[in-house]
Ligand binder design. Structure first.
Ligand SMILES: Nc1ncnc2c1ncn2[C@@H]1O[C@H](COP(=O)(O)OP(=O)(O)OP(=O)(O)O)[C@@H](O)[C@H]1O
Length: 225
């Protein structure tokens, strides 16, 4: 695999492409779960190649298993800002506000198994955004949800990344649903066989006109649905 990619601060980039193309690998390299054999990864101009995931200025949300099963929603969110069980009054307020921001007031004491898939992803988003990192990586975060709920969650993500007048959080999101990119993504990158085969503005990319490989991919999807 070979990746050469620059994402602008505040941009929303969607990664699409066939299974096995390397979408998760690209995110895992950025997050620090995988180390590149060669090359460098810079975030906000700083070389993070040698840094562990926790040291990198980003949050990551996966399709599932984002939460600790034995911890309630409050504690799962609080882990975004402290590993300690005791939280300060200020931290408690911040966690409660984060839960409210994702529409989960009153869910603080719920365990993951007592919540729906969509609610669990809301908790994961609450934690990710409470950390106030400038970069959010999402690996098919809403893939397990139905179309209407996915659309709601994308709206929520779009709202959460706005930071009171500051530059919005940069979003890089893997999706198997190209239509998930339509409303929000500034650009779409199409991956194939371990590299970025094409990248460009969302509308042009999803029209399929940009590259025959993309129209083939989009067409194959339609036939399979
Ligand atoms: N730890 C690993 N060791 C060796 N090969 C791996 C490893 N992880 C992934 N791969 C391989 O790398 C390729 C790309 O995997 P990756 O998960 O990045 O694809 P993807 O585009 O995210 O696919 P999908 O859409 O199915 O999730 C696949 O062929 C996969 O089998």
């Amino acid at each position: 695999m070979h990746f050469d990619l620059t994402v602008k601060a505040g941009e929303w980039l969607a990664l699409i492409g066939p299974s096995g193309a390397g979408k998760s690998t690209l995110l895992d390299l950025a997050a620090g779960f995988l180390a590149p054999e060669r090359g460098r990864i810079l975030i906000a101009g700083i070389d993070v190649t040698a840094l562990s995931p926790a040291e990198r200025p980003l949050s990551m949300v996966f399709q599932d298993n984002n939460l600790f099963a034995h911890l309630d929603a409050f504690r799962n969110v609080a882990l975004g800002i402290t590993p300690r069980l005791r939280v300060s009054r200020e931290q408690r307020r911040a966690v409660e506000a984060a839960l409210a921001a994702v529409g989960l007031e009153g869910y603080a004491a719920r365990l993951p198994r007592q919540m729906s898939g969509g609610e669990r992803q809301r908790v994961a988003l609450a934690r990710a955004f409470l950390r106030e990192r400038p970069l959010i990586l999402l690996d098919e975060p809403f893939a397990a949800l139905g179309p209407a709920l996915r659309s709601d969650m994308l709206d929520l993500l779009a709202a959460l990344r706005q930071r009171n007048g500051a530059q919005p959080a940069t979003v890089v999101m893997v999706t198997h649903h190209p239509e998930d990119a339509t409303a929000n993504a500034d650009r779409v990158a199409y991956l194939e066989a371990g590299s970025i085969a094409a990248i460009g503005p969302t509308t042009a990319m999803l029209s399929g006109a940009a590259d025959p490989r993309i129209s083939h991919y989009l067409g194959m999807r339609t036939k399979n649905v």
